[in-house]
Design a protein around this ligand. Structure first.
Ligand code: PMT
Length: 404
């Protein structure tokens, strides 16, 4: 299936109706469409399907209660409500629709729906007489007027042997309806109205038509940062070196190869408010790449290399259209804090994020990392965690520093 929901964070709230079993298929379809899915269930839903089934399909723990201390410690319900780019309620029973219309917050699902400012989609499913009851119709109309997207119900045979409008929409119809509505701008998000330029990945400096000087950056850290910034409402331009990663949702991507091309693309994206230099830019490039393949004619080979432009220093030194925040990265194998603080000062940055490279489980290529952010009068350490999580935490810090 096409990745029509690529990178979107979808919180699926499952209500207590027989159609809950179809929500399992919906999880599968949402993931096939490229979304990350977390599931919350009402108590009623758990009478029909087990949380474990959703966990197996979503690859994430299923949330079932407001009062689960372990789950709250991992990701509090308010954090989960913030995590979501969209909240989908399927099946939405008559009772759940009434509680959403009434603004209740007396269980996990109703609280999440009230606490999120992500767009809400409800997919009703119930007996056709309950659907056609004026009370339900009024509740649905109330939700519609608040901007809630209503998908279905579809007409056809119902569980009780009757027929009429009340069937949960087919999962592929729900996915198509979600893909057909762009995520609206959310002024409440902290980076709303700000343009963020992120560099990511390595650069390749060509030696001849077949060889290049490169490095081990995979782009994972920079792509996660671009994703985190877009989900917090930023208008994000991602200048990416040669990597094979999908473009995060809502991010404008510019692919480049060399340090010189990266510099050009970064400056072409300005004016901007924030620059985050997560790319591992080559420090040296061949003075003159050979026009033809270099032949192995002697025992050793010297390379004539010249310095590349330091993009980060140039961005920080801009006086015209000065950015609100310039954030660099420092990849070090030793004396991490010392070198990072040195670069913070020498490059006149607002912040530098130092990480140790050349180690297992962190730095280049790995899915996780550990890092410390330094700014002129402070620092914050981020313990080892997935790069996606670190990126979110870093964006939170950037928002704090913007407001400092
Ligand atoms: O991509 P991954 O596999 O996920 O790995 C992530 C990472 C380790 C690449 C990333 O976390 C990181 O540390 N990126 C910066 C790597 C780097 O080039 O560090 P540096 O200390 O050599 O450079 C310092 C800063 O100057 C960086 O922000 C870099 O983007 C910038 N720079 C460097 C040289 C240059 N010519 N222009 C620059 O803008």
């Amino acid at each position: 299936m096409a990745q029509i929901l690529a990178g979107q964070h979808i919180l699926l709230c499952v209500g207590g109706g027989i159609a809950a079993y179809k929500a399992l298929e919906l999880v599968r379809r949402l993931r096939e469409a490229g979304a990350q899915v977390q599931v919350a269930m009402t108590a009623g839903a758990q009478q029909f399907v087990t949380p474990l089934s959703f966990q197996a399909l979503s690859g994430q723990p299923t949330r079932t209660s407001l009062w689960d201390h372990a789950a709250e410690q991992a990701m509090g319900h308010l954090e989960l409500a913030r995590w979501a780019d969209r909240v989908v309620v399927a099946p939405a029973t008559a009772d759940l629709l009434a509680r959403l219309a009434g603004g209740h917050a007396d269980d996990l699902v109703s609280t999440l729906c009230l606490a999120t400012d992500a767009p809400l989609t409800v997919c009703p499913a119930m007996n056709h007489r309950m659907w056609l009851n004026p009370a339900t119709q009024t509740n649905v109309e109330t939700l519609r007027q608040r901007g809630v997207q209503v998908v279905g119900p579809e007409d056809g045979p119902l569980a009780e042997g009757e027929s009429g409008p009340g069937r949960l929409s087919e999962p592929e119809h729900i996915v198509a309806a979600l893909a057909g509505t762009a995520l609206p701008a959310r002024p409440s998000l902290p980076l709303h109205g700000l343009k963020v330029v992120v560099s990511a990945g390595p650069t390749y400096e060509d030696l001849d038509p077949v060889r290049y000087l490169g490095n081990r950056s995979s782009g994972k850290m920079g792509f996660a940062i671009a994703d985190g910034a877009a989900r917090r409402g930023g208008e994000v331009v991602l200048v990416a070196g040669p990597v094979h990663l999908p473009t995060p949702a809502g991010v404008a991507r510019v692919d480049v190869r060399s340090a010189a091309q990266m510099r050009e693309a970064v400056f072409a994206a300005f004016p901007a408010d924030i620059y985050i230099g997560a790319a591992a830019v080559a420090d040296y490039t061949p003075r003159q790449p050979a026009a033809n393949k270099i032949k192995k004619s002697s025992e050793s080979l010297g390379l004539d290399l010249v310095r590349t432009p330091d993009i980060l220093s140039e961005v920080a030194a801009r006086t015209e259209g000065r950015l609100k925040l310039v954030v660099g990265f420092a990849a070090e194998t030793e004396n991490v804090a010392g070198y990072a603080r040195g670069k913070l000062q020498a490059k006149r940055l607002d912040m530098i994020v130092a990480n140790r490279v050349g180690i297992e489980g962190g730095g280049f290529e790995s899915d996780s990392n550990a890092m410390t952010a330094y700014w002129p009068d402070g620092e914050r350490a981020f313990a080892s965690a997935p790069k996606t999580q670190l990126a979110d935490e870093l964006i939170d810090l950037i928002v704090e520093r913007l407001q400092a």
